[in-house]
Design a protein around this ligand. Structure first.
Ligand code: PMP
Length: 372
C-alpha cells in the first residue's frame, strides 16, 4: 500500500510537472507580433554572487534582452505609441532625438518598425558602436562636439530645431516628455509581479530620470514602504538634490567642477539639471558611485556571474550593494541591467581605454572590497 501511495504521489507530481512544463511551453510558443512585441517583460535574474556576499537577495532586470539591446526600447516604444495615438506622429514622418546613444538606437529601431524615418544627434565622445547601430537601422546620425545643455549645439537643442523645421516631425524629447516616465510605470509593475510583492528596495542611476521616476511611483503605490535609492556617478548633482533638496545651479556645478557627463566614463547616467521626468521620482536616499567602482563591478559580474554589462548597469549593481549594506541582510534589492557590454567595446570594455583613464581593473573579480 505504501508503495502504491508513493507511486500515486509520484504520478501526481509528474502530472503537476507536466502541467507546469506545458504551461511554460505554451508561453514560449506564443507568436509575438513583430519586433515591437519583444520590448519589455524582461526576465528578473538573481545575482547569486552579490546576494551571497551581501546577505540580501539581489535581483536585476535583464534589460539587455530587449530587441534593441537596452532599457531605452521601452521609452522609444511608449513615446512613439503615445504620439501615434494622439496624431502627433504618422507612418512616414520623422522622429528626432538628442541622446548619448541608447535612446537613439531604440528610436531608430522603433522608427524602422513603424515605417518612420529617424534623425539622431549625439555627442562625438559617446561610444561609436551606438552611432553605427543607429545607422544600421537606417537612421541618420549627426555627431556634435560635447557641449553643455545651455549651448545651442547640444544634441538635444539640435534635435529640437530639426523637428521644428520639418513638417510632421516628432521631437522625442526623452528628458521632458513624460511618456518616458509612463513607460517605466510598467517596469515597476513587472518588478512587483516578478517578486510577488517581496521587493524591499529599488536602486538605479538616472540619466533622464524616467526609470527611477516610473519605477518608484509604481512600487510605492503598491507598497509605500518600498525604499528607492539613487546611485549617482561623478559630476552629477542629483545626489545633492536627493540629500539636500536642491540641485546645484549651472554656475555652482561649474564652480564645483561637476561636469557630468564629461567627468565620468559611465554613459547615460548623471544630470545637472532638473528634468520633468526626474522631478516625478520619489527617492528615499542616494549614494555616490565612482568610475573605479563601476569598472571593478563589471569585472566582478563577468568573473562571478558570466554577465557582461554596460557601464550604467555596473553602476546600478554598485548601488545595489550599497543599498544592501544600508538595509542589512535579509532584504530583497532590485536593480536594472540597462544594457549589455557589446556596445561598450570601444570604451568601457576596452582595456587600452581603461588603462589610459587610469582605471585598469585590479580586483580580478575577487570580493566586494572595492565598493566603498
Ligand atoms: N543607462 C543607459 C545606458 C542609458 O542610456 C540611460 C538613459 N540615458 C540610463 C541608463 C538612465 O536611464 P533614465 O534615462 O531612465 O534615467
Amino acid at each position: 500500500t505504501a508503495a502504491f501511495a508513493l507511486a500515486l504521489a509520484a504520478g501526481a507530481g509528474a502530472t503537476i510537472c507536466y502541467l507546469y512544463l506545458s504551461m511554460t511551453k505554451r508561453q514560449d510558443e506564443e507568436i509575438r507580433n513583430g519586433v515591437l512585441d519583444l520590448i519589455g517583460n524582461t526576465p528578473l535574474i538573481r545575482l547569486a554572487s552579490l546576494s551571497k556576499e551581501t546577505g540580501c537577495e539581489i535581483l536585476a532586470k535583464a534589460e539587455m534582452l530587449n530587441p534593441g539591446g537596452s532599457v531605452k526600447d521601452r521609452v522609444a516604444l511608449q513615446v512613439a505609441s503615445e504620439a501615434l495615438a494622439e496624431g502627433r506622429l504618422a507612418p512616414g514622418s520623422l522622429i528626432t532625438e538628442g541622446t548619448a546613444g541608447s535612446t537613439g538606437v531604440s528610436l531608430a529601431m522603433v522608427a524602422a518598425a513603424l515605417g518612420c524615418s529617424c534623425a539622431i544627434t549625439m555627442p562625438d565622445d559617446a561610444a561609436v558602436e551606438k552611432a553605427n547601430m543607429i545607422k544600421a537601422y537606417g537612421a541618420t546620425v549627426q555627431r556634435v562636439r560635447p557641449v553643455s545643455i545651455v549651448h545651442p549645439d547640444h544634441p538635444v537643442n539640435v534635435a529640437r530645431r530639426t523637428a521644428a523645421a520639418t513638417p510632421g516631425a516628432l521631437f522625442a524629447d526623452q528628458f521632458e516628455n513624460e511618456a518616458n516616465y509612463r513607460a517605466h510605470l510598467k517596469t515597476g509593475e513587472e518588478i512587483w509581479r516578478q517578486t510577488r510583492g517581496r521587493v524591499d528596495a529599488f536602486v538605479s542611476g538616472a540619466g533622464t530620470g524616467g526609470t527611477i521616476a516610473g519605477v518608484s511611483v509604481s512600487l510605492k503605490a503598491r507598497n509605500p514602504r518600498v525604499k528607492v535609492f539613487l546611485v549617482d556617478p561623478p559630476g552629477s548633482s542629483l545626489f545633492n538634490k536627493v540629500k539636500r533638496g536642491v540641485l546645484y545651479t549651472y554656475e555652482e556645478a561649474e564652480g564645483k567642477r561637476l561636469r557630468n557627463p564629461f567627468d565620468t566614463i559611465t554613459e547615460g547616467i548623471g544630470l545637472n539639471r532638473l528634468t520633468a521626468n526626474f522631478d516625478r521620482a520619489v527617492i528615499d536616499d542616494a549614494f555616490r558611485g565612482t568610475d573605479r567602482e563601476a569598472v571593478e563591478m563589471s569585472q566582478y559580474l563577468l568573473r562571478n556571474e558570466g554577465l557582461w554589462v554596460g557601464s550604467s548597469a555596473a553602476m546600478n549593481c554598485v548601488g545595489a550593494v550599497k543599498a544592501a549594506r544600508a538595509l542589512g541582510p535579509g532584504h530583497v534589492v532590485v536593480t536594472l541591467l540597462c544594457d549589455g557590454g557589446h556596445r561598450h567595446l570601444s570604451k568601457f570594455h576596452n582595456p587600452d581605454y581603461l588603462e589610459q583613464m587610469g582605471l585598469a581593473p585590479v580586483g580580478q573579480g575577487r570580493g566586494l572590497g572595492f565598493v566603498a
